[in-house]
Design a protein around this ligand. Structure first.
Ligand SMILES: Cc1cc2nc3c(=O)[nH]c(=O)nc-3n(C[C@H](O)[C@H](O)[C@H](O)COP(=O)(O)O)c2cc1C
Length: 241
């Protein structure tokens, strides 16, 4: 049996429910019931892109986790990613799509997420290929994934790119610098080992947890440095830090 969230305090609930902003939203909804409400009561939305770099499982895990939260996921998958999903995982593309609240066709450049008026916390491309990185760096809005990323940047929202390639040449590094200067955050899937991972799932959850951190979504996907649990396990090993 694969243990997905080995460090979770409650394994049925890797993401804590109802961040305060949503509770506030519901309170407001009650307050304005039946009256004109000048405020929106939309749920937190995240645009999730999956492109054709290796590591489709990172995107799938993020969708799996957010499906259990009150964050709405709006998903776009590239043609190459449809291939990697099938090549690298036990998932079908259909099943991956069923994890999201809304799914958009990669060629549908008129979709909701193609517009700056779409309300969201931002966008993550997980994993992000060098090709998609390059298109974003050049605002070459060739498909909905790139258009949505470009819009996210122009609206000054959070764009997180889980770029996966190795080794890297100067051209790759220049593209990374360029998107960083444009406002994106690069989060390559680079594992950490200080939290004493035991399984590949632990490593996947670590990267996904780092993504959630960047959107302020609370989770228990990995043990944080300085936590009592880590201190205790180091103590058990007789290690002082
Ligand atoms: C199994 C597999 C693994 C791949 N891994 C990577 C990778 O790690 N990084 C990358 O940039 N491209 C990778 N590629 C190549 C991309 O899929 C290819 O460049 C594609 O055109 C990207 O298109 P997209 O950005 O529209 O998804 C991989 C392709 C396959 C089939």
């Amino acid at each position: 049996m694969i243990i997905f969230w080995s460090f979770a305090e409650n394994e049925d609930d890797p993401v804590r429910p109802s961040p305060p902003s949503h509770r506030e939203g519901r309170k407001r909804q009650k307050h304005f019931a039946g009256k004109w409400n000048p405020f929106g009561d939309e749920m937190k939305r995240l645009i999730v892109g999956i492109s054709g770099a290796t590591g489709a499982i990172y995107g799938i895990r993020l969708l799996e986790i957010l499906a259990k939260s009150d964050v709405e996921t709006h998903l776009v998958i590239t043609e190459a990613a449809q291939k990697t999903i099938v090549l690298e995982t036990e998932w079908s593309v259909k099943k991956v799509k069923s994890l999201a609240k809304a799914v958009y066709d990669i060629q549908d450049i008129g979709a909701d997420i193609a517009s700056g008026s779409f309300r969201s916390e931002g966008m993550v491309i997980i994993p992000c290929s060098i090709k998609s990185l390059s298109a974003i760096a050049n605002s070459f809005n060739v498909n909905l994934l790139i258009r949505a990323a470009d819009v996210t940047l122009k609206e000054r929202k959070n764009l997180v790119l889980v770029v996966r390639e190795t080794p890297l040449h100067r051209g790759h590094l220049n593209l990374m610098l360029r998107v960083t200067e444009m406002g994106a955050t690069l989060l390559p899937p680079v594992p950490a080992f200080y939290f004493l991972p035991k399984t590949v799932d632990d490593l996947i959850n670590h990267t996904v947890g780092k993504v959630l951190d960047l959107f302020g979504i609370d989770h228990h996907l990995f043990e944080r440095w300085g936590s009592q649990k880590l201190k205790d396990s180091l103590k058990k090993k007789g290690v002082k830090n």
